[in-house]
Design a protein around this ligand. Sequence first.
Ligand SMILES: Cc1cc2nc3c(=O)[nH]c(=O)nc-3n(C[C@H](O)[C@H](O)[C@H](O)COP(=O)(O)OP(=O)(O)OC[C@H]3O[C@@H](n4cnc5c(N)ncnc54)[C@H](O)[C@@H]3O)c2cc1C
Length: 492
Amino acid sequence: MSASGTKMWTFTLAFILTFSLPFTLSIEVKEPPTIGIVGGGIGGTSTAYFLRQLFGNDAKIDIFEKRHIGGRLATLTMGDHQFEARGTLIHPKNMYMVNFTRLLGLEQLQVGGGTFGIFDGSSMRVTSSKYSLVTMAKLFWRYGMDIYNIDSWINEKLLSKFMRIYDIQRAGHAYTTVPDLIGAMDPAFVSYMKKSIKFVMKTAGFGDKFIDEMVMAALRTNYGQNTEVPGFVGAVCLAGVQPGLWAVKGGNKQVPQKLVAEAKAQVLQGTVMSVQLLQYQDKTYRVEYVDAEKKERHKDYDIVIIATPLHDEMSEIDFEDFPSPIENFPQKFHKLTATFVEGTPNSNYYGIDNAEEVPIEILTCNDTILLNSQGKKEDVLGNPANVYKVFSNIPPSEENIKQMFTSKKDIRMFSMMAYPEYSTVGEELPPFVLHDSLYYLNGIELAASAMEMSSIAGKNVALLAYNHWHGNLDKIDEPYLDPVSEKDKTEL
Ligand SMILES: Cc1cc2nc3c(=O)[nH]c(=O)nc-3n(C[C@H](O)[C@H](O)[C@H](O)COP(=O)(O)OP(=O)(O)OC[C@H]3O[C@@H](n4cnc5c(N)ncnc54)[C@H](O)[C@@H]3O)c2cc1C
């Protein structure tokens, strides 16, 4: 802890008591901290917002951003339209994203809900109909009761437990490791991180056909991976194909952009190169960065928060002069290619005779084929467009595109480090606390990568910083007893 970490403002108040004896009272008030956040995605900007709420107006909050505020929330322009290019869908029960959208004066835009089909590389295993009763009959015929049971399984066994996090965080509790945070929602979730979603769902009674087709299709669409991923991320992924999904009208990136202003944070445009532990100085950490004019600069802080994956191919931050070394975490990131095509899909490629019958969303259940998913997209304002978004784990060749589309007016393609490559036998999850007042947010992505997960981690890190700063150690890594069970206890 730096000198300022323990520095106090001392106010001396003199009271003259009624019987005229002089009495001196000292009240120690801790100086508000200076905070540097590295990364201006939804994680870094939501952290800034929560820190401002906790520390009040006098804390100084800087956000370092090397590219654009929004990070993996970004749009792509084609003609007169903008499309969500990365993080797109938000669950109706993602309460931080719901509340940010309302607070920032933004609107929800309902997305999805069109026809869909599951393609195995040569033909469609199942397709929906525009009539919902027909769709339910077809799905029941193929998957039996699994198709009815999945919604209650997600809602009762997963979402209702997941949503405990909002009460826990409202009560000010914070956790120093990812498993402790996830386990606070439900201890079963920690074991879900070590077993595959296939195993978890089979144990819950779901059949092979449902898992190999529907669950596989959801995983290939949302994470470009298969049913061997851990149960926790698999469950988050399945919630991502439930009804009622939405995006922010005009683009999800507006949330982080507007959170910066709401948090009264200063954006420093530049690439952070290192965080150094200071000795015998007023502040604890020095952040060295190269600014937009390529000038090397530094700024010192009481608290530093890393809100970008510490991964060789994604950030280049060195940690200097720490008593034990802080290394980049060795987890693999999943490389994904998004191809946007303005044109007409080739129905024959999907084994469909009639071009009119090509589903709006095509999911895939075979992890040996090129295509993860293909969907006809509306723009960020909800306007129709003749544009298809294709996800694949490797870039499609010109020949691939020729086979998939009978006509093409415009094509945009880009590859990205999208999210972790999930495994049940992965390394230890990185902690939220790297050093006394140095925090790391993106370890949460190894449990599951999603906008809401980054916001939950943002609130956790903000609470850790606040609780550490004020010595509220009873709110760190302590179990949260919800008010109902407390009441039950006293009534017994
Ligand atoms: C293709 C795709 C589809 C997705 N779909 C969904 C979805 O439908 N729903 C959903 O909820 N989630 C989805 N996600 C996941 C979601 O987008 C991410 O989990 C979330 O946006 C991560 O936010 P973050 O702030 O933690 O990280 P990022 O958004 O990556 O932010 C990190 C920021 O740090 C900056 N930075 C990095 N290094 C430095 C440095 N040295 N100095 C200064 N700045 C630095 C980067 O430029 C970046 O802006 C998707 C992701 C991808 C890629």
